[in-house]
Design a protein around this ligand. Structure first.
Ligand code: DAH
Length: 374
């Protein structure tokens, strides 16, 4: 066997034994690189006589071409095998159950707001909104709250610095200091100023007070109701609240007790209590609060809109009268769905939400019963 033949046999054996494309590359360098053994053989041609070169040249060139082909073949085979292996490993089993996608849920406060809108829409009310960054005039003055009213104190209300902050400015005309609205009642004023009478609105939304314990959070939710028309009286108020609460709690035995009270923006003013029983440590709304095993719970404030408030808002108090009410939404949600700590509403604990939250499919409808199915 000539030298060249044994070199080729040896090279082929080693190429066949290469296990990875990297091994093939190492062999290419060893044989054909600048310092490679076959490249070395080619260099010897220069020192040969012309006759020798004529006979040896083609053999060495042939050897180089053969080794080159063997290397490429082996590299392709190894790469194909690698791809095969990867594809085999990445096979998807389409019969496996899909992992459950994380689902969002509707916060109980949002759920109750939807329920309110649904119930009051049926009574001819539309939903009105106003800014959470309010001015002193809408939040207090136009609601007939005197300069000295305790709610105006710094320790009750979150005020902004004297100079209104920029983002407060683009929310319409403002007078006085800006603050985080302490109730939804300023929406009454805005609605009357913008739309005049007659009017039927509810205004659900966020409200803020400097207060924090198990039953008070600095941010909470209220819904305001306002009806202004000719001939509106206290009977309309009572009927509306009764109808609303029966639909909301999905019970016919809702009993209300109206107690005389005082709010600067209503005259007369009434506080509304609802009868309830305690069942298994939980308050269940329904029944006469004076009946055995029952008690009264304060639910909301209301009354006939004060003449001065109508005047402030540009409504003629000699032609129109109205009633208004304001109620905590968080309290409504707690009562209806049996939660006991208000702070949990705003902790953002996903476990609490998955326990009390609602799936987006559970939209309230009057035909299906307005409450979420549970
Ligand atoms: N704004 C009152 C509050 O925040 C609630 C309220 C009471 C609203 C009587 C009313 C009302 O519209 O007539 O406590």
């Amino acid at each position: 066997m000539s030298d060249l033949q044994s070199i080729e046999t040896d090279a082929r054996a080693r190429i066949a034994a290469a296990a990875t494309p990297a091994d093939v590359e190492a062999l290419r360098v060893e044989f054909l690189g600048k310092q490679g053994s076959i490249s070395g053989l080619l260099k010897t041609l220069g020192k040969m006589s012309p006759e020798e070169r004529q006979s040896e040249g083609p053999k060495i060139q042939g050897l180089r071409a053969d080794v080159q082909d063997a290397l490429s073949e082996r590299r392709e085979a190894l790469e194909a095998a690698e791809l095969e292996a990867r594809l085999a490993q990445e096979t998807l089993d389409l019969t496996l159950p899909a992992p459950e996608a994380p689902k969002g849920s509707v916060h109980p406060v949002s759920q109750v707001m939807d329920e309110l809108a649904e119930i009051f829409a049926d009574l001819g009310f539309s939903v009105a909104t106003g800014p959470e960054i309010e001015d002193d005039w809408h939040n207090f003055t136009a609601l007939n709250m005197a300069e000295t009213h305790p709610a105006r104190a710094m320790h009750d209300t979150f005020y902004f610095p004297e100079k209104p902050v920029d983002h407060a400015l683009d929310q319409g005309e403002r007078t006085g200091r800006t603050l985080l609205r302490t109730h939804t009642s300023p929406v009454q004023i805005r609605a009357m100023v913008e739309r005049g009478a007659p009017l039927r609105i509810i205004a659900p939304g966020r409200t803020y007070r400097s207060d924090s314990d198990a039953t008070h959070t600095p941010m909470f939710h209220q819904v305001e109701g306002l009806v202004v028309d000719e001939g509106i009286h206290l009977g309309h108020l009572k009927w509306t609240l009764e109808t609303f609460l029966k639909a909301f709690f999905e019970r016919d035995d809702i009993v209300l007790r109206l107690r005389p009270s005082y709010f600067p923006f209503t005259e007369p003013s009434v506080e509304v209590d609802v009868g309830y029983a305690t069942e298994g440590g939980r308050r269940v709304v329904g029944g006469d609060g004076d009946a055995p095993g029952h008690a009264w719970m304060e639910l909301l404030g209301s009354g006939m809109v004060n003449r001065r408030v109508l005047e402030f808002a540009g409504v003629d108090p000699d032609r129109y009268s109205g009633f208004a009410f304001g109620c905590g939404i968080d309290r409504l949600a707690m009562l209806k769905y049996g939660m006991n700590d208000l702070r949990a509403f705003f902790d953002g604990d996903a476990r609490w939400l998955s326990h009390y939250g609602f799936t987006p499919q559970e939209q309230p409808t009057l035909s299906a019963g307005v409450g979420a199915a549970r």
